[in-house]
Design a protein around this ligand. Structure first.
Ligand code: GDP
Length: 530
């Protein structure tokens, strides 16, 4: 049978601060694209499925999402892979790693709050990876900041030049519609009950827009149109017009104004993703050679997760396909061990639903069930061997010792800790001085400790006592300087499973004073999320 050519892919992640509206927007996008029939079916906090494991109870209880899901839907002849980033207030490394699996990001900003800390942190990871970023200013239906002020803030805080694709007609809170800056048209939206269906859109020619608004929405709305037209001219004079190459080079960020809740501008966002967002590109391997997307199959594991389903204590490795065609059941090679394994149980994960995937293409995310040997950063391939650069671990800022509370569970404790380290739930650091019984757990966000503790007791039957340590900064130390650094006051040197050494400092001041006093020591900053 001859295969039809696969649909072109857009693989994206939404980065935002909690409460900016990521879940609402995700639902709105999927709803628009007909992936689901009713808003609320994917992430709806009131509609959580019951088949979650015990540690997921924690996420349910808090109404937060700890695990990432990949959502795939079709729009205008394209397949959009939306890789979800965990949205809780604390960071975990998962959030960063997801960004290794996408080709571009949507930065979602709350119109009333502007850029918030978590958005900025995630943006830094995008910047380090050179990911193109599209900005969506959300909640324009509610009172918020001035649109030009928001643009200034973006330029000032993240250094990208905002190039609005649309301009709102009406200040935040009076969302009459938008001026489409490329066509000059007015796009008007109509509210629907509860926003649970698509918001009807009306396109009005530029020359009719003012009169249309006056007749249908009153003189204030007509004035708002004049103001939008003025802002448009101002932006043009400023050179703030969209330019595809600058967006792809992560120099500019196109901007849309939206209300995810009312489904306003959701279609525009989808159109923009299809028209502007990059398709999967050739991926550089460890030696910098590019593997073409139509080369033999290869994929990068960016997330490993256990215990998603209490009924089957399984382990799911998520991989992003970089090249070639994936066919379920095919035997692939694990680059790290050169061992072959079968992919009989590959799945696509849709929200919490899983279905078998028969075939998948570059940009798609597959879940491999019980692929026990796979770790975050691993490459799998067929044919021509390839290894992609590992996904770097992130600079931990929180540290705690873990000890088993019931000595008879020591074996389970050791196994569990090793497993959590492999999965990257937390980083595990050891030293001879601390011994095997009290490894140090290191995390980007303290939430990772809670997840680790919950899983140690639920999955391994080895409850742990965590005691936080006063360190907040970690630096990598070359092997030949470990002894010199370990001898310093208030500094502790610990080792990762891969043998690399980390020096822990109470704070930046202590680190700086060590650096001043010992300029010969190389204390390498870990990439802040890259
Ligand atoms: P998340 O934490 O980023 O996933 O945010 P949610 O999607 O859960 O939204 C947080 C809150 O903001 C919820 O109460 C939403 O109903 C509300 N919200 C999201 N988008 C909009 C919007 O466009 N307009 C308004 N008025 N509220 C919104």
């Amino acid at each position: 049978m001859v295969d039809a050519a696969p649909l072109p892919r857009r693989t994206i992640a939404i980065i935002s601060h909690p409460d900016a509206g990521k879940s609402t927007l995700t639902e709105a996008l999927a709803l628009h694209a007909d992936a689901i029939s009713e808003a609320g079916a994917v992430h709806g906090k009131g509609h959580r499925r019951a088949t979650v494991s015990d540690w997921m109870e924690m996420e349910k209880a808090r109404g937060i999402s700890i695990s990432s899901a990949a959502l795939q839907f079709e729009y205008r002849g394209h397949l959009i892979n939306l890789v979800d980033t965990p949205g809780h207030a604390d960071f975990s490394e998962d959030t960063y790693r997801v960004l290794s699996a996408v080709d571009s990001a949507v930065m979602l900003v709350d119109a009333a709050r502007g850029l918030e800390p978590q958005t900025l942190k995630l943006f830094q990871v995008c910047a380090q990876r050179g990911l193109p970023v599209l900005t969506v200013i959300n909640k324009w239906d509610r009172p918020g900041l001035d649109a030009l002020e928001l643009l200034d803030e973006i330029e000032r805080e993240i250094g990208l030049t905002p190039t609005p694709l649309t301009w709102p007609v009406g200040i935040a809170g009076v969302f009459e519609g938008v001026l489409d800056r490329r066509s000059g048209e007015l796009v008007r939206y109509t509210r629907t009950a509860g926003g649970a269906t698509r918001a009807p859109e009306e396109h009005v020619r530029p020359e009719d827009a003012r009169a249309h608004l006056r007749d249908h929405a009153g003189p204030m709305a007509a004035e708002a149109w004049d103001e939008a037209a003025e802002a448009d001219a101002l932006l043009r004079a400023d050179g703030a017009d969209h330019d595809l190459d600058s967006y792809l080079a992560a120099v500019t960020t196109p901007v849309l104004f939206a209300s995810a809740l009312l489904n306003f501008a959701v279609a525009q966002l989808l159109d923009t993703l299809v028209d502007l967002a990059p398709a999967p590109q050739p991926t550089p391997d460890v030696d910098g050679r590019l593997r073409a997307t139509d080369a033999d199959f290869s994929a990068l594991v960016f997330k490993v997760q256990s215990g998603m389903d209490a009924a089957h204590r399984d382990r799911l490795a998520y991989a992003r396909i970089c090249s070639g065609t994936f066919e379920r059941g095919m035997s692939v090679t694990h680059a790290a061990t050169k061992r072959a394994f079968s992919t009989k149980y590959a799945q696509v994960v849709f929200g919490r639903e899983r279905t078998s995937v028969e075939r998948a293409y570059p940009g798609d995310i597959i879940g491999l069930v019980n692929a026990r040997s796979l770790r975050v950063g691993d490459t799998i391939y067929t044919g021509q061997p390839v290894s992609y650069p590992p996904i770097a671990t992130f600079a931990p800022e929180h540290f705690a010792t873990a000890t088993v509370t019931d000595a008879s569970r020591w074996k389970q404790f050791r196994r569990g800790i090793e497993q959590l380290d492999q999965e990257g739930v937390v980083q595990v650091l050891r030293s001879e001085a601390r011994g095997d019984h009290a490894p140090v757990l290191a995390a980007v966000g303290p939430m990772q400790f809670e997840v680790a503790a919950a899983r140690m007791s639920d999955e391994y039957g080895a409850p742990v006592r965590l005691e936080s340590l006063a360190y907040t900064v970690a630096r990598r130390v070359p092997a030949d300087q470990v002894d010199a650094v370990a001898g310093l006051r208030d500094v502790e040197v610990l080792h990762r499973a891969d043998g690399s050494a980390l020096a822990l400092f109470m704070d930046r001041w202590r680190l700086q004073s060590v650096q001043r006093q010992h300029p010969e020591l190389i204390l390498e900053a870990l990439p802040a999320g890259a």
